[in-house]
Design a protein around this ligand. Structure first.
Ligand SMILES: [Mg+2]
Length: 138
């Protein structure tokens, strides 16, 4: 998916005399993922990851309930999850792919858990900082 600026640029290039360099420029744009900085583009290109993180966030909420914690407690929880990412990195780095402890899927799963905990900590921090402090569910 191209953003409006890229589409305009491509259209501007569609003229009778198109140079080889301009054609190459369009080819590069069409083959390169767009990360333009706008939220819609980012959401589109990261939809699968965002879905995984939100699914994990719901799983954590269903397991632990609403968590209203001070920052240092969130830091400990997040650090525990980051430690699990580190463990999976070590397993992948120092064991070959056929080793039973080498598990790229487990590494990815732990990264999703880190992101979900960070989301919960951020939401809770904002809620606690708000003068209208009250639980907002997830
Ligand atoms: Mg974990």
């Amino acid at each position: 998916m191209l953003n409006a600026d890229q589409v305009s640029h491509i259209i501007s290039l569609l003229k009778p005399q198109v140079s080889k360099e301009e054609i190459e420029q369009v080819e590069i744009m069409l083959s390169t993922p767009v990360v333009s900085g706008d939220v819609q583009s980012m959401a589109f290109y990261h939809a699968d990851v965002i879905k995984d993180v939100l699914t994990e966030r719901v799983r954590q909420h269903n397991k632990f309930g609403y968590q209203n914690r001070p920052p240092f407690e969130w830091f400990l929880i997040l650090s525990e999850e980051v430690g699990e990412v580190a463990k999976e990195c070590v397993e992948m780095q120092f064991n070959d792919a056929s080793h039973p402890h080498s598990n790229p899927a487990a590494y990815r799963k732990e990264l999703v858990e880190v992101a979900a905990v960070a989301l919960a900590a951020l939401q809770n921090f904002d809620m606690r900082a708000s003068s209208h402090a009250k639980p907002i569910g997830l």
